[in-house]
Design a protein around this ligand. Structure first.
Ligand code: A5P
Length: 227
């Protein structure tokens, strides 16, 4: 997708950042535009004292290259977290984690007073799970048995492998894609997965995003969660 659109959405979200804020830094290519834009504004003196809380080692490295101060997630609240998404439904529920950072992304987003999403228009769907598989972090021990139990959800679990080796998250967990032709009841599936031993976290982010900046060829639209 057009990097220019991602950059436009990122710039609109960065407009919400004020000097002195602690900002959750999401992962993925659109979130990388957020970090670069924050870096530009800090270097230009338009923002001061901004501290980033990164959701992955890759985005932490980019933040440092951009000259941003970074802190780990601690007990203090984060004013704002800004992250990308793989799918956004009409209620601003999300499917995330294609980049494998879903656990840290969820922990940072949960600590944030406001959770902003940046995306291009290709991420909007009517039903979650209709376009991309649902990513999961799974404990390595006994993962074959966990995959067999995951098959009973109606989805097809596929272990992520690169160059013949299972892909691991920054936390050392295995990544599994659970493939559906659309998820009928995301809340029920989320509850079921949370109750399944061996599943550390899933990529359904329900009721969390407060706003989304979605870039279209004719401009960026701001979507606000209702209620
Ligand atoms: C990372 O783990 C994901 O949750 C990303 O937020 C998601 O994959 C979006 O990435 P892009 O902005 O690269 O599409």
């Amino acid at each position: 997708m057009d990097e220019h659109l991602k950059a436009q959405a990122a710039a609109r979200a960065v407009d919400c950042v004020r000097s002195g804020m602690r900002v959750g830094l999401g992962s993925g290519s659109t979130a990388a535009h957020v970090v670069r834009e924050l870096g530009r504004r800090v270097r230009a003196g338009r923002l001061e004292g901004v501290v980033g809380v990164p959701t992955s080692e890759a985005i932490e490295q980019l933040a440092r290259e951009e000259g941003l101060a970074v802190e780990t997630l601690d007990a203090r609240p984060i004013e704002l977290a800004i992250d990308g998404a793989d799918e956004i439904d009409p209620t601003l529920d999300l499917l995330k984690g294609r980049g494998g950072a879903l656990l840290r992304e969820k922990l940072v987003a949960l600590s944030a007073r406001e959770f902003l999403i940046v995306a291009d228009h290709s991420k909007r769907v009517d039903q979650l799970g209709s376009m991309t598989p649902l990513p999961l972090e799974v404990v390595p021990f006994g993962h074959a048995a966990t995959l067999a139990r995951l098959a009973a959800t109606g989805g097809t679990p596929v272990l992520r492998v690169a160059d013949g080796v299972p892909v691991r998250s920054d936390g050392g967990n295995l990544l599994v894609n659970l493939c559906f032709a659309g998820i009928e009841d995301p809340a029920a599936l989320a509850a079921h997965l949370k109750a399944m031993p061996g599943v550390v976290e899933h990529g359904l982010f329900l009721g969390m995003a407060t706003r989304a900046f979605v870039a279209y060829p004719d401009g960026v639209r701001e979507l606000v969660r209702e209620g």
